[in-house]
Ligand binder design. Structure first.
Ligand SMILES: [Fe+2]
Length: 421
């Protein structure tokens, strides 16, 4: 009897809380200058909800437009073994409606505000900015902060790092990119919901990808790319089984291709992803910058040993990929432009870089640099308590990427030159 009572009390209702819309995020449309995609969740009986939006300079919401979402019952996170913020073991009861809207025909390079509710004056005001069609833009890049509600300092460290990047940028960014592992256990719904309440999720459009932690549940037995998929509303232009997880979008003069490592563990899975990457690049020849992002590291930052670099370098050479961004290793590592395994003057080849962690907890120490000393230009880690992130500034001729530490020290930078295709 006591066991039954314990199990009952441990079964916590996550979704039935105040606030009609939760886990709200703005993601890019395929053409991010004109299109944005918003995801939010609501209680099952909350049928009448809309997204209201207007340009930020329409301060009285005179020209507000209203969009009805597509609604679908989501049970992907239901009954997952998890933890509360106080460390109690629970099975999360997370059944809710997933709401998605795709807003098209937006004005490029424009800041918008939006609200979610059944009336235009209801709901918290959130923001996104559309991409410029050409010219300059700035993105923050952050990774591996493993949001975990029993240890809120992880998210706090990452969000402070984003504040530091705003300070260094001397103004807002145009968007935030993440390279995965933003959640400790993607199957724990309360972790996503809690994270998305952070002001940076209300202020910016986020474009991210699925890391191994976002893909796993606490038991590591019910892993799924649905956890990442249903906490976002990404473009539906990925390949079979990866729609809404793998995707591509154009932002200014750049084409971004976002990959999912969890579906590329086998040779067959890798071949499928590489076929898709080639097709996407071949269709879009007019972009100045081709940027491919995946979670797993190009090199093991500890000693420089080759990791995913070997699996991708020939494709990147063939497709003229300019910049390859990864993470996972929790150690920053960066090359200059490489072509056929050798450094170039930057007029051809791919710059490989991998992000450090940003949670002040799960970093790792550098060891003796014994491998790839000819191609890796820089490594950086603060050990277990690492916090770092990057600013990427795009101009007509180049991308300038700078790594900062939590104190605003510029640690390393690299230029990716624009190519004529
Ligand atoms: Fe990680």
């Amino acid at each position: 009897m006591r066991l039954i009572i314990t199990l009952f009390t441990a079964f916590t209702f996550i979704s039935a809380q105040a606030g009609k819309a939760y886990t709200v995020i703005a993601n890019p449309g395929e053409k991010a200058a004109h299109c944005i995609r918003i995801n939010w969740h609501s209680d099952i009986d909350e049928k009448k909800m809309y997204c209201y939006y207007t340009e930020c300079n329409d301060t009285d919401w005179i020209n507000t437009k209203k969009v009805r979402p597509k609604q679908k019952l989501c049970t992907a996170y239901d009954s997952m073994y998890s933890k509360t913020s106080t460390g109690e073991n629970i099975y999360e009861n997370a059944r809710f409606m997933r709401n998605t809207v795709e807003i098209k025909k937006l004005t490029p390079n424009t800041k918008y505000m939006y609200r979610i509710g059944d009336k235009p004056e209801e709901g918290e005001i959130r923001y996104f900015k559309t991409a410029p069609e050409k010219c300059t833009w700035t993105a923050a890049i952050i990774s591996d902060f493993h949001a975990y509600t029993p240890l809120p300092k992880r998210v706090k460290s990452a969000m402070s790092m984003l504040s530091q990047l705003e300070t260094q940028n001397k103004s807002d960014f145009d968007m935030i990119l993440h390279v995965g592992d933003i959640i400790a256990w993607g199957g724990s719904y309360s972790f996503w919901k809690d994270l998305y309440e952070e002001p940076f999720f209300k202020k910016y459009m986020w474009a991210g990808l699925n890391g191994n932690h976002d893909n796993m549940d606490r038991t590591n037995k019910k892993n799924s790319n649905n956890f990442f998929r249903y906490a976002n509303n990404n473009p539906q232009n990925g390949y079979n089984g990866e729609k809404g997880v793998c995707y591509h979008f154009t932002y200014g003069d750049a084409l971004f291709i976002m990959l999912n490592n969890e579906s590329m563990r086998s040779d067959e899975g890798l071949a499928k992803a590489q076929k898709w990457v080639k097709e996407v690049i071949n269709k879009q020849k007019d972009t100045k910058f081709i940027i491919v992002m995946e979670h797993y590291q190009w090199f093991f930052g500890t000693d420089g040993k080759t990791s995913q670099y070997d699996r991708w370098k020939d494709i990147f050479d063939e497709c003229s990929v300019d910049l390859a961004i990864a993470a996972n290793n929790h150690i920053y590592a960066r090359t200059n432009a490489l072509y056929k395994g050798e450094e170039t003057d930057g007029s051809r080849g791919t710059v490989y870089l991998q992000m450090p962690s940003s949670d002040n907890e799960r970093g790792q120490e550098l060891k003796d640099w014994t491998h790839n000393k000819d191609i890796i230009k820089y490594r950086w880690s603060e050990g277990a308590k690492t916090v770092g992130a990057m600013l990427m500034k795009a101009s007509d001729n180049e991308l300038l990427l700078t790594l900062y530490d939590r104190n605003g020290n510029a640690i390393d930078s690299v230029i990716v030159k624009a190519k004529q295709r």
